[in-house]
Design a protein around this ligand. Sequence first.
Ligand code: NBP
Length: 472
Amino acid sequence: MSKSDFGLIGLAVMGQNLVLNVESRGFQVSVYNRTTSVMSDWVAKHPDKKIVGEVTLEGFVESLASPRKIMIMVKAGGPVDKVIESLIPLLDEGDIIIDGGNSLYTDTERRDKWLGDLGFRFIGAGVSGGEEGARKGPSIMPGGPVSTWDVMKPIFESISAKVDGEPCVTHIGTGGAGHYVKMIHNGIEYGDMQLICEAYSIFKKAGFTPAELAKVFTDWNDGDLESYLIQITAKIFEQKDPETGGALVDMVLDTAGQKGTGRWTLINAVENAVVISTINAAVEARILSSMKDKRVEASKFLKGPEVEISTEKAELVKKVHDALFASKIISYAQGLDLIATMGAEKDWGLDLGQIAAIWRGGCIIRARFLNDITDAYRKDPELSNLMLAPFFTGLLNEFQQNWREVVSIASLAGIPVPAFSASLGYYDSYRSAVLPANLLQSQRDFFGAHTYERTDKPRGEFFHTEWPEVIG
Ligand code: NBP
């Protein structure tokens, strides 16, 4: 049998679908899985495909054409290192290992050095789009050396999603850049999902039925909010529960899980002193949702307002649309600010327009407005903040009044909207030429002699006041 063009280790949901995708583009693929029966059962289901199942790692490596291109699609963390360790003695110099899982970018940087020192080539590639993306065309975010990208480019471009004929894959940058950008993508995904949930929460309190909700989200998906997450949300509201006959969503317990990429994003933002308050609110909302028993208990004691939402339904839909869109702009502005800051720190040479462009298809956050983000950065690659791109400035100026009204309606009705509020807080802080930090700096000088700059003196001159003594 001829040697395979591509090899994949790890036949869980992502691995299986990626193999079918690669094979469908005309490549022969060898596969290996730690639990052999998983591999053989799956390969047996696809007798007509150019898929070679191998029961040993040695046989798997031997079945690949040189230089070998091996994608690892196993659980992130220790399992990736274990697979790499077992591959090393079997590989030849110049062979390529691709880690396509959700690895932490610092692990990718370590593996990049480890494998590079041994003469192998390594790519840490974020793959987004879940099961369907993997099968039909994901958005792929590969890092690593340009020379290795050049070898992998034909396969990556053929398997990725396409938007306007452009493949949703690009060389992100060296080292861990690919997995880093995938991590922030996931953080932004957390933000998008939470913002949609907050819109839902307001509509629910205003008495919208699941059928009305499905209509709102379907209409939104036909307009400027068009996106995969809005689309699936409309479908969720249409789904009936076979047991009760009601809407399935009403039967789903309100506790959300998370796998860690959102938390990693927050840690990185703090390390880089970049504000990502919308994503932060989204991660914390998941944490609070998971505290179901404590919330049920607290609900018996802590009072909220007894207020109905009186805004007429069509008007409320327009207002919430504006609040959602404005908050979404803020979330992307923050996420892209973090990517730009980290990219500069690491000298990754990131192209934010190109990153936005490859998120337009295949991935969970794909959305019409990513075209506008791509345009904004292509027009001005040095853009300091997405909010200041003329297109987005115009939208924020148009939406800001309704956005405030929605946060106010929610607050007066006792509905938690942490991501809407955090986004608005960021917007108002960022646009404030003057903030109350004059008082804060005075407090710091009072208790710690931290000094302050004066409004009537040049920047960089520091002053200290002997404040009155406080007893007790
Ligand atoms: P999982 O993350 O559930 O991992 C299961 C696979 O890892 C199986 O093939 C399993 O082999 C293998 N594995 C484990 Br666990 N420990 C191993 C070890 N020590 N040595 C060798 N193999 C080991 O699979 P997934 O959901 O397909 O995700 C794969 C990667 O893609 C993950 O990093 C994930 O975060 C990422 N990702 C997932 C999605 C998604 O929608 N699921 C989307 C985007 C990215 P076994 O059969 O022998 O147990």
